[in-house]
Design a protein around this ligand. Sequence first.
Ligand code: AVI
Length: 337
Amino acid sequence: MPFLAASPETLDITSNAIAAEARKGLTAHPRSLSPWLFYDEAGSRLFEQITELPEYYLTRTERGIFAAHADEILEQAANGDKQTLTLIELGAGTATKTGILLAAALRRQGSVVYQPVDVSETALAVASENIQANFPGVTVRCQVADYTRDPLPLDRLPGLRTLALYIGSSIGNFSPADATSLLRNVRSQLLPGDKLLLGTDLGPSANKSEATLLAAYDDAAGTTAAFNLNVLHRLNRDLGADFDLDSFSHKALWNPVHSRIEMHLESHTHHRVHIPANAAGPALTLAFSPGESIHTENSYKFTPARIAALLQSANFNIAKSWQDTNHLFAVTLATAV
Ligand code: AVI
């Protein structure tokens, strides 16, 4: 059985937190909902489907970079061949992409301690089962925690150098200020010389049009639309709200000023939505007009200069970075200073 550590307050996303977030975001102007609300069971399943869509190049491109450079990444992370690494992964989910890096770690050092961190105990149980079935040399120590809020629950193992993984462009879902705080939190748990591997999606370029970026967030099969609309379904189920999903459409747009894709849910009609009283406050009636939207997600896209600035703001120096041949995605190894 994997070791499953959790602090009681991070074990579950409580309905209180959902109620408070919905109240704050939906009564603000413009209205918004935080993207963590996407990831209930149905939303997590839809996100897994998104990662396999032809338009969503991010996951397969990052996986391709790992496949091409995993040995070098691990060698650089271990400062040549001097050090033995333990890998900790933030927001590991089911750890589907991590296998390539774990296989490279096993080739180098024969065995490895892998510490996936996630808010979802279910996802970690799947990750642990998969990793242990496929990589018998890996010891998995799951940590249930909200790394965006709480100190990173790193098990510091004597004599081991830590490689923290924050991959999948998850950093792109945070504002620049929040991204810096998050990486500072990670940095505060590392020792000088420890490493961070950061996966970031890149902005438009000669190789990547805005249309390519937009299609990744507005696919032909409608999977991203279903993922976005599922947040309203979640509020209906968890808070007893009465959102009519047919009154809203999924909208993705490119915001060049902030270098980000924005996802919105746009109302088509004049209508009202009710949310019953709950622990976060009294009953709410929300009046929507046609064209009014709820801003549900930002997905920031980076340049090499912005990646360097972000890492520097959190006291990391870039050791090396890799891109795919089309310059769609970047993987950056940084050293804690
Ligand atoms: C999890 N995160 C990196 C995804 C992204 O690309 O920003 C979430 C997502 N939203 C729509 N499609 C995928």
